[in-house]
Design a binder for this molecule. Structure first.
Ligand SMILES: Cc1cc2nc3c(=O)[nH]c(=O)nc-3n(C[C@H](O)[C@H](O)[C@H](O)COP(=O)(O)OP(=O)(O)OC[C@H]3O[C@@H](n4cnc5c(N)ncnc54)[C@H](O)[C@@H]3O)c2cc1C
Length: 416
């Protein structure tokens, strides 16, 4: 098809997909396999830029385990909406799909599935090779500016010309990491057809906290840390998972997953020695100080399992002198230390913005989309796939699985 040319009439349907992320590419492939002629318009010069950044360049495609266990990993109501898509093309089907194309997946110790090569670019390469063989045309530098009804189909205005199609699939992603191309433009396209957009906010975002403790510990991770989030007197949530101190605050899967429920001013209590409650920490500290009374208190904290920099930061935070000998630790200092180790309170200055969030909460309102086909309940012939929808999942491969499953379903439904 040349620039500005409208699709010619063919036996199959002509489908235009907006956005070449995992959802759009999978939708395009599925539609092409069903006999449709498919054009994908991508605003960036190349497809799948966010996919390349996923999983720190390793691409955590999906998660191991039963597909029904995925449901609670999406926000309230979202799991129910996704059920059909997930069950129609589950994690095993996704794994088999890549394995059949020469890219087996491998699980890490937490059940996250990555390409065995450890490279996101291999995932994208498989998708693009498949798209090529299925006859899908992908246009880069083709930003979709507007779309409208034209006869029984659609007319789409792009930065490189106009196109017509029988069916339109919007898969423009959310708003996070806007430098990858997903900057929220699809919401205006959906709204132009009368769709409501649930208010958006960053999801899977790191937290910026008040005070210098995290910076002093930047890079230290606590496996299976427990966090409790408090808002005033109210407990907002309790969660467990890996936590990472950063230069500005805290991150890591447990924090990213919790971030959608956290607000500025909340207090995050971090257990620095997971699995040990106050009584046990105090008993261990007493044991260490009586066994090694001539040692410094810092080395007793390290003996409990705290990394050196974290032990120093805890001492500073508790106002206990680093030079203090273990034998001189009085009750009040001991109580302060135990409290800090059991539940270090970090006040949230702010939740990271869209530029550092891995997903977007909010988007096209699910009640206006048919979950069995991803078809618009407002505009016949219009479909949605991926993160443009009001869908966001936990870390662990849940977002990409949702993108692939919804993409596939939308592509098949649009083509048939
Ligand atoms: C740093 C990072 C790491 C991540 N790691 C993981 C991970 O390991 N596992 C996981 O499950 N999830 C991960 N995610 C989330 C996951 O990448 C997204 O949920 C997923 O990419 C969403 O797919 P999508 O196809 O819906 O949207 P996107 O991947 O965002 O793709 C949308 C595409 O649409 C294009 N577009 C936008 N507007 C227009 C327009 N007007 N015209 C034409 N094209 C347009 C964009 O340029 C983009 O290419 C990560 C996210 C980030 C930011």
């Amino acid at each position: 098809m040349r620039q500005g040319e409208l699709f010619e009439t063919t036996a199959g349907r002509d489908i235009l997909v907006v956005g070449a992320g995992p959802a759009g590419l999978f939708a395009a492939l599925a539609a092409a396999e069903c006999g449709a002629r498919v054009l994908v318009c991508e605003k960036m010069s190349s497809p799948g830029i966010k996919l390349l950044a996923s999983g720190s360049g390793r691409c955590n495609i999906t998660h191991a385990g039963a597909i029904e266990d995925f449901i609670p990993h999406y926000g309230a109501g979202q799991g129910r909406f996704l059920k059909h898509a997930l069950f129609s093309f589950d994690n095993l089907a996704l794994e088999a799909w890549f394995t059949r194309r020469g890219l087996p997946l491998a699980a890490d110790e937490r059940g996250k599935l990555f390409p065995a090569t450890g490279r996101a670019r291999d995932v994208l390469a498989v998708l693009l090779a498949e798209a090529g063989s299925a006859g899908v045309e992908i246009r880069g530098d083709a930003r979709v500016l507007s779309a409208r009804r034209l006869g029984g189909g659609f007319e789409v205005e792009t930065s490189e010309g106009r196109h017509a199609a029988d069916r339109l699939i919007l898969s423009t992603g959310g708003k996070s990491y806007p430098g990858t191309g997903s900057s929220g433009e699809g919401y205006a396209l959906a709204a132009s057809f009368g769709h409501q957009i649930a208010p958006t906010r960053p999801a899977l975002a790191p937290l910026v906290t008040v005070g210098g403790l995290p910076a002093a510990c930047a890079g230290i991770s606590i496996p299976e840390a427990e966090i409790v989030v408090r808002r005033g007197q109210k407990r907002v949530l309790r969660a467990r998972g890996d936590l990472l101190f950063t230069h500005k605050g805290i991150s890591g899967p447990v924090v990213l997953d919790a971030s959608r429920s956290i607000e500025s001013g909340d207090v995050v209590l971090v257990s620095l020695l997971p699995g040990m409650d106050r009584e046990l920490i105090e008993a261990e500290l007493l044991r260490q100080t009586s066994l090694h009374g001539r040692r410094g208190i810092a080395s007793c904290l390290q003996a409990l399992g705290l990394p050196e920099r974290l032990a120093d930061a805890v001492l500073e935070w508790s106002g206990v002198e680093r030079s203090l000998g273990a034998a001189s630790l009085d009750r009040s200092r001991r109580t302060r230390l135990v409290e800090a180790v059991a539940a270090l309170p970090l006040v949230v200055e702010r939740v990271g913005g869209f530029e550092e969030a891995m997903a977007t909460s909010g988007g096209v309102v699910l009640a206006e989309v048919e979950p069995r086909t991803l078809a618009s309940r407002i505009e016949p012939g219009l479909f949605f796939a991926g993160e443009i929808l009001d869908l966001d999942g936990d870390t662990g491969g849940y977002n990409l699985q949702a993108a692939f499953s919804t993409g596939r379903l939308a592509g098949i439904a649009a083509a048939t």
